[in-house]
Write a protein that binds this ligand. Structure first.
Ligand code: P6P
Length: 335
């Protein structure tokens, strides 16, 4: 039986899918792959090496940082900087962009935005977490320092996006605009192997993922949508089921494979929701659309939103097209 193809072999075979230059995707994704392995190693033994728990520091979001948040952030920055393809990066954990202002990086063509450890509140209780990344071709001139504008591009300009999911197995899932492919890490060999080729959302779904603890704060349309899904959950009707882990990568990944809807709506206590547009919503939206799904803020396509700030938030409704359309209908009818 022929062995599955490795991530590295797959990237080389599909290098034609990555615009602008030869070899760049290989180098960029191989550094993400390496950093993912290193973070995975830390997570898998976190309980043994006293790196659980919280720092006494807050990130730019005002969230108390988990120790592994910082470790993951440092691993990705150092690993990405070791290559010459990106001129700088933005991270959920850092207030400002990091500019790689040296001869190795000055002619770089790309920038990357990362959420180094999404869902980190789950770390101490051993629930799945992930890393999310979003890659753009810089709009500033190579040979100059990257600028904030390079990072504020609309999601539709992304050239690649993906996530690592550190779950019962560790996977890397990515797109560069030609479909979505998933690779499972074999720790015995130390490589990612193609396990989920051409991932697409099922045409319909019965899973919905939302923090119902915020129900009283939701807009009327979202409240009615949730009640509709609950009321339909009877024997003679199509049953909906609620699944919510508090980890976007985990909820998104499950819903993409099984069919479902993830919602982090705006609310009276969170006027633009909680998720960050540039390094959570946009990359997941790119993946969702490439997998035949959709992603909206309830009014417009996520990837058409023009960011004005690095860490701005956006309401996020994402899943298979049928369920996203139902959500939009409830929102439109209850403005
Ligand atoms: P809440 C994790 O902090 C995160 O950004 C996503 O991964 C997750 O879906 C969401 O926030 C959970 O937020 O308010 O429901 O705990």
């Amino acid at each position: 039986m022929q062995r599955p193809i490795t991530l590295g072999e797959f990237i080389v075979e599909n290098q034609k899918d990555f615009p602008y230059a030869k070899g760049d995707l290989t180098a960029l994704l191989s550094s993400i792959k390496l950093a993912g392995k290193m973070v995975n190693e830390k997570i898998n033994k976190a309980g043994l090496s006293q790196i659980l728990g919280k720092m006494n520091s807050e990130n730019v979001q005002g969230e108390v940082q988990a120790k592994l948040d910082i470790i993951a952030n440092d691993i990705f920055i150092s690993t990405l900087k070791a290559r010459g393809e990106i001129g700088g990066l933005a991270s959920e954990e850092l207030e400002d962009i990091v500019i790689f202002d040296d001869d190795i990086h000055k002619d770089s063509k790309y920038v990357i935005l990362i959420d180094p450890l999404d869902g980190s509140s789950n770390i101490d209780v051993d629930i799945t977490v992930g890393t999310i990344f979003s890659i753009y071709h810089r709009i500033s001139e190579p040979g100059t320092k990257v600028t904030q504008e390079d990072f504020l591009q609309k999601g539709e300009n992304q050239v690649a996006a993906g996530y690592l999911i550190y779950g019962t197995s560790t996977m890397l899932v990515y797109t560069c605009g030609n479909g979505v492919n998933g690779f499972t890490f074999d720790p015995g060999i130390g490589s990612f192997f193609l396990s989920h080729p051409n991932i697409t959302f099922p045409s319909s779904g019965i899973i919905y993922s939302v923090n119902e603890g915020n129900y009283i704060h939701f807009p009327t349309g979202i409240k009615k949508l949730i009640k509709w899904m609950q009321e339909l959950n009877t024997e003679e009707n199509r049953p909906f089921t609620a699944r919510y882990t508090g980890s976007l990568v985990a909820d998104f990944h499950r819903n993409m494979l099984m069919g479902g809807l993830y919602l982090y709506p705006q609310g009276s206590t969170a006027p633009k929701g909680k998720l960050r547009l540039l390094y959570e919503c946009n990359p997941m939206a790119f993946i969702a659309e490439q997998a035949g799904g959709r992603a909206t803020d309830g009014e417009q396509r996520i990837m058409e939103i023009q960011a004005t700030e690095l860490h701005e938030r956006a309401p996020f409704i994402c899943g298979n097209s049928e369920m996203v359309s139902i959500a939009e209908k409830f929102i439109a009818e209850n403005k």
